[in-house]
Design a protein around this ligand. Structure first.
Ligand code: GLV
Length: 309
């Protein structure tokens, strides 16, 4: 039986090395090396070729190579009996929290703004925002969102969260459901999207929701490109309602070179680097799930196919 990596975007070698180091007894390979598909029990995937998994008759599990499983769930050809699992790595949550802080501080203290002025040898002061003056609103209060919220709270930010369901009470105000969304948005100066992408959250950052944010608010999207309605963001920025946006995720990645986001002066773009999975850090949980799959034991971090995350 073997564990096979289905990704065209990751360099496969470091993953194979990390997995073999963790479990020298397990056969690990890239999908284009597979000779006998019936021997494949476990798939590790990131943006796999659509429809491919139905050709593997003994596949029991598809594991995401990251926290999100939307790239797997949106494939209509995942066989019914195949379980989908995700990576849960505290390192990824911390990476996201640190990146969110960097983007917030960049906005509040105008770091990129002054770099741009420097290019024209311009000495021009503007007032800045203080931590005590802003309310951060986090959309998505699952494990990752909660970690980011607690981290920002520990830096002194006033934080609120919004999620689809109430979830566990936290140390900060939590809003939930569509009824409480407006209230949450109206109190948010810096919005961070960390939601999973599901049919319910697709396009949730649109002109109606963005306009509910107070004048001068700032938006950070670290969820998925599908959360944002691109034209609506442009419109809300161009109307002067929003101060700016930092985007790490896009509907189509890499972001096409003719996309208007690239040239927009108030949009800060990064190439989906908020948290990058480190193979060595997650190899133990992947191997653990492989062994559980072999012996038909319950898997860890199983995604709910109904909910989509
Ligand atoms: C990154 O986007 C991930 O899902 O881990």
């Amino acid at each position: 039986m073997s564990l096979v990596i289905f990704s065209k975007v990751h360099k496969v070698k470091p993953w194979i090395e990390a997995l073999k180091k963790e479990a020298p007894d397990i056969e690990v390979m890239a999908y284009d090396e597979v000779e006998d598909k019936s021997k494949v029990l476990f798939a590790l995937a990131w943006n796999h070729p659509r429809g491919i998994f139905k050709d593997y008759p003994n596949l029991k599990c598809v594991s995401s190579m990251g926290a999100g499983v939307d790239h797997i769930m949106t494939d209509p050809d995942i066989p019914e009996q195949v379980k989908v699992v995700r990576i849960v790595d505290p390192l990824l949550s911390q990476d996201l929290a640190e990146f969110a802080l960097a983007l917030i501080m960049n906005h509040m203290r105008g770091i990129t703004h002054y770099k741009l002025l420097q290019q024209d040898s311009k000495w021009k002061k503007s007032m800045y925002l203080r931590i005590s003056e802003v309310n951060v609103g986090i959309m998505g209060t699952g494990m990752i969102g909660n970690h980011v919220a607690e981290f920002l709270r520990s830096c002194g930010f006033s934080v609120a969260g919004w999620g689809k369901n109430p979830g566990n009470p936290g140390n900060y105000p939590r809003y939930y459901g569509s009824d409480q969304l407006d209230d949450f948005l109206q109190k948010t100066n810096i919005l961070i999207c960390l939601l999973p992408l599901t049919p319910d959250t697709q396009g949730i950052l649109n002109k109606e929701t963005l306009k509910k944010l107070p004048y001068g608010a700032y938006v950070i999207n670290l969820g998925r490109g599908g959360h944002m309605v691109d034209n609506d963001l442009m419109e809300t920025l161009n109307s002067g309602h929003l101060a700016g946006a930092s985007l790490d995720v896009f509907e189509h990645e890499p972001l096409p070179s003719d996309h208007p986001f690239w040239k927009h002066p108030q949009i800060h773009i990064t190439p989906h680097i908020a948290s990058l999975t480190t193979a060595a850090s997650v190899a133990p949980q992947i191997i653990e799930n492989y062994r559980r799959a072999v012996s038909d034991k319950p898997l860890l971090n199983v995604a709910n196919k109904e909910k989509g995350y």
